[in-house]
Design a protein around this ligand. Structure first.
Ligand SMILES: NC(=O)C1=CN([C@@H]2O[C@H](COP(=O)(O)OP(=O)(O)OC[C@H]3O[C@@H](n4cnc5c(N)ncnc54)[C@H](OP(=O)(O)O)[C@@H]3O)[C@@H](O)[C@H]2O)C=CC1
Ligand SMILES: N[C@@H](CC=O)C(=O)O
Ligand code: NA
Length: 428
């Protein structure tokens, strides 16, 4: 007997998944055991690019998650509600769930995984981070014996596309964003992408898997890319860096609190993440004893995301075929406790800062003294240009504690010679 799917959503990802499941030639033979039994949508009159038998498409999504015939619910509708309630209802009805919904998992993961564990079913989410890139299952399974030290990712394609174009064309953020919206790379409301919120959802999920503890989303420090200027991109280039929106979860020792953050970052050009351009995503995982492993590929798009969704479905089909009383711990969510998170002020990192100052003798000396007062050691300090009558000074620090650096900046802001500090960026 076939395994019956109830798919919630027939947009980009839902359509890609149906197309893949309908075209099984040359793919895994288990795909032939899957029946697309119901597909829930908002509008029955909308034209669709896939053909489904009469009666499969419905607007009654509640009925799908309550239907005893449905074995697996595939949530690819997005949003927080009703997605959350439908997932919970499916789980309480004993159905396995596949979801691509990073926003719901990052916010309601604790509730959802607790419900899944209680019901003895699985929630699979490979598509939620890095789209088609296999990264969730590798963290859960292939790398699970490692002590993970760091997960560093370019996990948002929209911002990587914008930063790549700013870099290659010397363009402004606003101009590239408008063009990206026109070309369909950025959404009409780009907030979740450009303000780093989508990346924050994704790193919360990756950190939870890599470091074996739940994450409160509000503990993820988050800065987006709106303030990144073409001036900073040009300075970074001269200094040997590119600017990327990085999502980072890192700890110094297995017992240290976790530093978890999303912010634009100067990445040395020789670093493997520096060459990830356009809409592509990449996730660098560092662990012991594995060392560095990088996952690279398409982080979004119908086909790529359907590849991840369908692989999760296949995993569940295999599980249903070999069902035992005890859940497979490599598919289930194993952690219940929350990770201890270090405050951003305790972060140890290098910084890049750009100052506009009066063109007076001794300004560089005064900056150096203020930094020295707070133990901030400088790697380089250069005065490279002028903006109107103001001198532009760019500083790169050695590794410093963020709190010390911020205190030094507070003192520097009070210097009579300082006009403004247009940019402060962290350096990888
Ligand atoms: N697009 C991508 O490349 C990627 C998307 N994701 C995630 O996948 C999920 C789906 O994204 P995507 O396919 O792009 O979204 P779309 O907006 O393209 O599709 C959403 C689908 O869900 C249906 N839907 C939404 N809300 C309701 C509702 N309240 N009741 C009934 N049906 C509803 C819509 O119905 P109708 O068609 O009738 O409007 C539509 O078919 C999201 O969580 C997203 O973050 C993850 C990785 C990549
Ligand atoms: N909006 C996301 C796509 C899906 O996760 C991105 O730009 O990467
Ligand atoms: Na993925």
């Amino acid at each position: 007997m076939g395994v019956k799917l109830g798919i919630l959503g027939l947009g980009t990802v839902g359509t890609g998944t149906v197309q893949l499941l309908q075209d099984t030639v040359g793919r895994h033979p288990l795909l032939q055991e899957i029946e697309i039994y119901r597909v829930g949508v908002r509008s029955l009159s909308k034209p669709r690019t896939v053909e489904l038998p009469e009666g499969v498409i419905t607007t009654d999504l509640e009925a799908i998650v309550n239907d005893p015939a449905v074995d697996i619910v595939v949530e690819v509708m997005g949003g927080l509600e009703p997605a959350r309630s439908l997932i919970l209802k499916a789980l309480s009805n004993g159905k396995h769930v596949v979801t691509a919904n990073k926003a719901a998992i990052a916010r309601f993961g604790a509730e959802i995984f607790t419900a899944a564990n209680q019901a003895g079913v699985y929630v699979m989410l490979e598509a939620a981070v890095g789209g088609g890139i296999p990264v969730i299952q590798p963290l859960k399974q292939s790398l699970s014996v490692n002590q993970i030290n760091a997960v560093t990712g370019i996990v948002n394609g929209t911002t990587n596309y914008i930063l790549t174009r700013m870099q290659t064309e010397g363009s402004n953020f606003d101009d590239v964003l408008a063009d990206a919206q026109r070309l369909g790379y950025a959404e009409a409301d780009p907030t979740a992408d450009v303000d780093g919120l989508d990346a924050a959802d994704k790193i919360a999920i990756l950190a939870s898997l890599g470091f074996g503890g739940r994450i409160h989303l509000e503990d993820v420090y988050c800065e987006g890319i709106r303030q990144v200027s073409k001036t900073d991109i040009a300075y970074a280039e001269k200094l040997g860096f590119v600017i990327k929106l990085l999502a980072i979860a890192k700890r110094m020792t297995p017992s240290s609190p976790l530093s978890i953050r999303v912010h634009p970052t100067l990445v040395p050009k020789a670093h493997p993440l520096a060459s990830i351009n356009g809409v592509y995503n990449a996730i660098l995982v560092e662990g012991e004893p594995i060392g560095q492993v990088m996952f690279f590929g398409p982080g979004a798009g119908a086909g790529a995301t359907a590849s991840a969704v369908s692989a999760d479905i296949l995993n569940l089909v295999a599980t249903l075929k070999t069902s035992t009383a005890n859940p497979n711990p490599l598919l289930a969510c194993r952690h219940q406790d929350y990770c201890e998170i270090a405050p951003i002020a305790e972060l140890i990192t290098r910084f890049y800062a750009r100052f506009l100052t009066k063109d007076q003798p001794g300004v560089i000396g005064k900056l150096g003294t203020c930094f020295g007062n707070f133990g901030v050691s400088l790697e380089s300090i250069v005065q490279t240009g002028f903006q109107r009558e103001l001198a532009e000074i760019v500083v790169v620090t050695h590794d410093v504690q963020e709190g010390d650096f911020r205190q030094a900046l507070t003192e520097i802001r009070h210097l009579e010679a300082i006009d403004s500090i247009p940019s402060i960026l962290r350096v990888l």
